[in-house]
Design a protein around this ligand. Structure first.
Ligand SMILES: NC(=O)c1ccc[n+]([C@@H]2O[C@H](COP(=O)([O-])OP(=O)(O)OC[C@H]3O[C@@H](n4cnc5c(N)ncnc54)[C@H](O)[C@@H]3O)[C@@H](O)[C@H]2O)c1
Length: 341
């Protein structure tokens, strides 16, 4: 078992990582009050039930799985349940699920009665290596991803790696893409590990990969909680990744798969030579049939593109990064140059 302590002044909290933790959640969370447990219908019910058994009073709300629940409709269902339970400012919310449930439940916690306690139990690899810490909460609105949200830190995060046993392999690869992302900008040793181990060895070593990834995110968030500078490196591969995600929505490409593609043009030739075999081993894409012009049109309207410029993260050497402010036309030229080959 590992424990990280995120040092964020009065918003500090612990992240506990290990096996068989769900059944002892009350050791880390104060569940002796009214608790709204938020999950979705793709998450095995035994996980939310394990938490519920430890609560004084609880209600489980299970939303439809998928990005569509990160919406005003999803918000409204949760607020209604909380009002029905007569929850007040001293009560709390526990998210049990992936990044969708975590982002939504965190935003509800930030806004219900101007903020109540929030605990996160991430159950996908993507949420365990990345989205469950750092305090970014949001819903999608008007077709724009994460456009309404708040920075709101959880009180504690419980990463039970046993929950990954029920996660489909493609979702494991999806999460590993974010671990690769963090290693590329910040941790040469983690990248070398992902490079050397076979896929099966990686699956057997997920706990240490999760801990190493979270340590990178911890460092970044502690330096720059509200993304004024350094935190932008967590967006490595995301600017174009989001564009691919938006364009391939109907084909159902996963976030991590799009980030994998988005990292390639932003890496030097020597980094790419090592990155491509790692992505292939993790069953992540290294090429795709998309309309580049249409995807780039999306970049121009992305909220990360301010006044015609993009803060692009480049990795020239593994474990190091550079943030460059590029004009949209330079950024588009770079992407086209890569995908045209
Ligand atoms: N807040 C942040 O910092 C941050 C960072 C990255 C991504 N995100 C957000 O995270 C979301 C994506 O998260 P995700 O990839 O976890 O997707 P997700 O939450 O949609 O989960 C993927 C699928 O896995 C199922 N699932 C969850 N746990 C399971 C388990 N243990 N066993 C079997 N099935 C399980 C879910 O029902 C769902 O169908 C996006 O909305 C993205 O914007 C947020």
């Amino acid at each position: 078992m590992a424990k990280l302590h995120l040092n964020l002044g009065e918003n500090s909290y612990d992240v506990i990582i290990g096996k068989n933790l769900l059944n002892s959640a009350n050791k880390y969370f104060n569940l002796n009050r009214k608790v709204l447990i938020v999950t979705d219908d793709g998450v095995p019910t035994e996980y939310s039930e394990a938490i519920s058994k430890q609560c004084k009073t609880s209600k489980i709300v299970s939303l439809k799985s998928g990005e569509g629940s990160k919406s005003v409709d999803g918000l409204s269902k949760l607020y209604q349940a909380m009002i029905q339970m007569e929850m007040d400012r001293t009560d709390c919310i526990v998210a049990v699920g992936g990044g969708v449930v975590g982002d939504l439940a965190g935003f509800v916690a930030s806004s219900y009665m101007r903020g109540i306690d929030f605990y996160n139990v991430p159950t996908t690899l993507l949420s365990q290596v990345d989205s469950s810490i750092g305090g970014k909460t949001a819903i999608n609105f008007g077709g724009v991803k994460n456009i309404v949200g708040a920075f709101y830190q959880p009180k504690c995060v419980l990463v039970d790696t046993d929950t990954l046993k029920t996660l489909p392999q493609r979702q494991i690869s999806n999460g590993l893409a974010e671990a690769v992302k963090m290693s590329l900008t910040s941790d040469k040793i983690l990248f070398e590990k992902l490079e050397k181990l076979s896929y099966d060895e990686i699956l057997n070593d997920l706990e240490s990969i999760i801990t190493a990834s979270l340590k990178i995110k911890q460092y970044v968030v502690e330096q720059d909680e509200k993304e004024a500078g350094l935190r932008k490196i967590l967006n490595f591969g995301h600017t174009f990744g989001h564009a691919i995600e938006a364009q391939t929505e109907m084909q159902g490409m996963f976030h991590g798969e799009c980030v994998a593609l988005g990292m390639l043009p932003m890496s030097s030739v020597s980094v790419r030579e090592r990155l491509v075999p790692v992505l292939k081993k993790l069953n992540l894409p290294v090429s795709c049939q998309i309309d580049i012009d249409e995807a780039l049109n999306f970049v121009c309207h992305d909220k990360k593109c301010a006044n015609g410029f993009v803060n692009a993260i480049f990795v020239d050497k593994i474990g190091e990064f550079e943030i460059k402010k590029l004009s949209i036309s330079d950024f588009c030229g770079l992407i086209k140059g890569y995908f045209a080959n």
